[in-house]
Design a protein around this ligand. Structure first.
Ligand code: NAD
Length: 375
């Protein structure tokens, strides 16, 4: 088991405990007794994850002497909504769950974002524990304290920062994850390496076959490496006042693709396309070496991810959607771009304005570095 603490500078008293490995959920009841004794533990999961992992975990906690409840919602990005949040809150009220509770968000990034947002506002905030069960949520969504829901026209437009007490990334849960959702997680892992750690990028290149075959040993290493990097970035800038924005490489375009596709394209697949499109912008805007952009694209393909905008999505709609991105300022669309693999712009101003015309060209460009881009 890999175990470490992440302390976020937000006046929190205790650091976030991070545990990564196959079987780490076994130590959850014991650890929670030390941290959240006497609280009702509400497991929040989508229906698929509830069946596979959420209900068994709630039962284990009940056997360990905790008061527990299970609240479920339908799977999918469309549940990351104000309506579903309200339904969960109505359920908590009906179950008479009060201030002496804690939320365990057990599931993918939709669950950690939605369950985390419920925890942030229920009775003005109750403790939160994340149990990510997708690779994407393990390498990224579960750490950092961003919680929230979407509007039909834009991603994550309503939300709050609410730091988890602990994150339990049990890579054994990934063995039940369908291929499409498993692949999606690698997009955030590639992003993390590309923005901060060229050695990790190289390791992903050499380990991609074993990772795709779901070696739990390699997966635990990948998850822990990404979480350590994210933890370092978030610890210095919890509220994204500056440098935390480097985590958004690929995401201005990704969020716009998700909105333009009416959330039919999964987040990780949109991030993969976003990384390739924003790499192209970085080549022209910052002299990002084309050879580095090619390595990003090749690695994403090695993980079975799409690297070009599907023909069914009009680039004009994507450009339109970027105007509603949270990072835009005064109507100007901004992207966090790399200078080279592992290195972003220095200082706190890490995003650059991108003209809509250039963005549209990058979105429509299906040839990359002399090769035909496929998806
Ligand atoms: N807060 C953050 O910092 C942050 C960072 C990155 C992404 N996100 C958000 O994460 C969301 C995407 O997360 P996601 O890709 O995990 O999607 P998801 O939560 O919808 O999970 C994908 C699918 O996998 C199923 N599933 C989950 N775990 C499973 C398991 N172990 N076995 C079988 N099926 C399982 C779910 O039921 C769902 O159908 C997006 O909304 C994105 O905005 C948030």
């Amino acid at each position: 088991m890999l175990s470490f603490d992440v302390t976020v500078r937000s006046g929190r008293r205790s650091p976030c405990l991070v545990r990564v490995g196959a079987g780490v959920l076994r130590s959850l009841p014991r650890d929670l007794r030390a941290r959240l004794a006497d609280r009702t533990l509400v497991v929040v999961s989508d229906a698929t994850v509830a069946r596979l992992h959420g209900r068994p975990l709630a039962e284990r906690l009940r056997s360990a002497g905790f008061e527990t409840a299970l609240v479920t919602f339908p799977p999918g990005e469309s549940s990351k909504s104000r309506d579903t949040k309200a339904e969960i809150e109505d359920r908590l009220f009906a179950l008479r769950v009060g201030r002496d509770s804690a939320i365990l968000a057990v599931g993918g990034g939709v669950t950690t974002d939605l369950g985390g947002f419920v925890a942030a506002t229920w009775n003005r905030g109750v403790p939160l524990v994340h149990v990510p069960t997708t690779l994407l949520a393990m390498v990224d969504a579960a750490l950092g304290g961003k919680t929230g829901v979407d509007l039909p026209g834009g991603k994550n437009l309503i939300g709050a920062y609410h730091q988890p007490e602990a994150v339990y990334a049990d890579v054994a849960t990934l063995l039940t994850l369908p291929d499409r959702h498993f692949a999606a997680g690698f997009a955030e892992a590639v992003k993390t390496a590309a923005i901060a750690d060229v050695a990790l990028f190289r390791w992903l290149e050499t380990s991609s076959t074993g990772l795709r075959e779901r070696s739990t040993r390699l997966l635990a290493t990948a998850v822990a490496s990404c979480l350590r990097i994210k933890g370092r970035i978030v610890a210095r800038d919890e509220r994204e006042r500056g440098r935390r924005a480097i985590l958004n490489f690929g995401h201005t375009v990704a969020h716009a693709i998700e909105a333009a596709s009416e959330y039919r394209i999964p987040h990780g697949h949109a991030v993969s396309i976003g990384l390739v499109v924003e790499s192209r912008l970085a080549v022209s805007a910052l002299g990002f070496p084309s050879s580095h952009a090619a390595r990003i694209e090749t690695l994403l393909r090695a993980f079975g991810l799409p690297t070009a905008l599907p023909a069914s999505i009009d680039p004009v709609r994507v450009v339109e959607a970027t105007r509603r991105d949270k990072k835009s300022r005064g109507g100007e669309v901004r992207c966090a771009l790399p200078r080279s693999l592992g290195r972003m712009l220095a200082g706190n101003e890490v995003t650059l304005p991108i003209e809509p015309r250039r963005l549209r060209r990058a979105l429509s460009d299906r040839t990359t570095f002399g090769k035909r881009a496929s998806h």
